[in-house]
Design a protein around this ligand. Structure first.
Ligand SMILES: [Zn+2]
Length: 287
């Protein structure tokens, strides 16, 4: 793991994602904990401080999977936005959200279904001088943190490489994702750290924000193209999009893409570009 000091904080490149920690009086506040106990153990060795508390950007498994390791080792508490807390107490809600019902066994993979917590509380109950910034969209209560001129933005934006690799970025709420990107532009910060993956200055972030917004516009365009001639269900549209972008038809990919595409359908409906109808399922047509 590579550690980069940045103003008052330290960025840990764990391989899969960037996490950060701050230290005050030899006690660390750790932001996000990677996927599981093994990752957390390595992260703990890298951080090499007593961890006094954990603050999570959101409840996805790759961000909270190591929480219980730190909670047990240091007897510390975790904090997260209240919109995310049910997913932490009942991690099956994440695959349930992606699938749209009680999750089946393959949907409860380690990437989609986190392990539980001993002690997690809402961000309202934390005492801190760190500025809490709501950056909803990627997940319902996704949150960023402004720490001495560095914005730890979690998954509120993604690198160009990640956009190119995954083709469809996982989003829960497209409108809020775009709103949050514009909000980041308006914030005062010197550096932004985001989980997948980068440490960049604000002027580069402005450019990357445009790329992320352009990505959402492109997906909207593709969805409208798929709906050119027929009304289709969300899953049928997702299959067409996966074929078009050459995304493998595997359980995790399909659940992530189809849930994201359903988010795009709600977004397009709100902007009155499509409407739903009931025809052997919930189908979507252009208006
Ligand atoms: Zn995430």
């Amino acid at each position: 793991m590579k550690i980069t000091p940045l103003n008052d904080l330290f960025v840990v490149d764990s391989g899969a994602l960037n996490t950060v920690f701050t230290v005050k009086n030899d006690i660390a506040t750790l932001f996000d904990t990677c996927l599981n106990k093994d990752n957390a153990r390595k992260l703990s060795r890298a951080v090499n401080f007593n961890v006094g508390r954990i603050i999570n950007t959101h409840s996805h498994a790759d961000h909270i999977g190591g929480n219980s390791f730190f909670e047990n080792k240091f007897n510390c508490k975790s904090f997260i936005n209240k919109r995310e807390i049910s997913f932490c107490y009942f991690p099956e809600l994440e695959p349930a959200l992606l699938y749209g019902g009680c999750p089946f066994s393959a949907s409860k993979s380690r990437f989609l279904c986190a392990t539980g917590f001993n002690s997690i509380d809402t961000l309202e109950n934390i005492e801190t001088d760190i500025e809490i910034v709501e950056l909803f969209g990627h997940s319902p209560g996704h949150t960023g943190f402004l720490i001495n001129n560095v914005l730890y933005a979690g998954d509120a934006l993604f690198s160009k490489e990640v956009i190119e690799k995954h083709k469809i970025l996982y989003l829960y709420d497209v409108e809020n994702f775009v709103y949050s990107l514009k909000k980041i532009k308006s914030l005062n910060f010197e550096y932004i750290v985001f989980c997948h993956k980068g440490i960049i200055k604000k002027d580069e972030a402005i450019e990357l924000i445009s790329e992320n917004i352009a990505h959402t516009e492109k997906v909207c365009e593709e969805v409208l193209n798929v709906l050119k001639n027929y009304a289709l269900t969300g899953e049928e549209i997702s299959s067409e999009i996966m074929l078009k972008f050459n995304i493998p038809f595997e359980t995790e990919y399909f659940l992530l893409v189809s849930s994201t595409i359903k988010g795009y359908l709600s977004y397009l409906e709100k902007s009155e570009k499509i409407a739903h109808l009931i025809d052997k399922g919930v189908k979507w047509k252009r208006v």
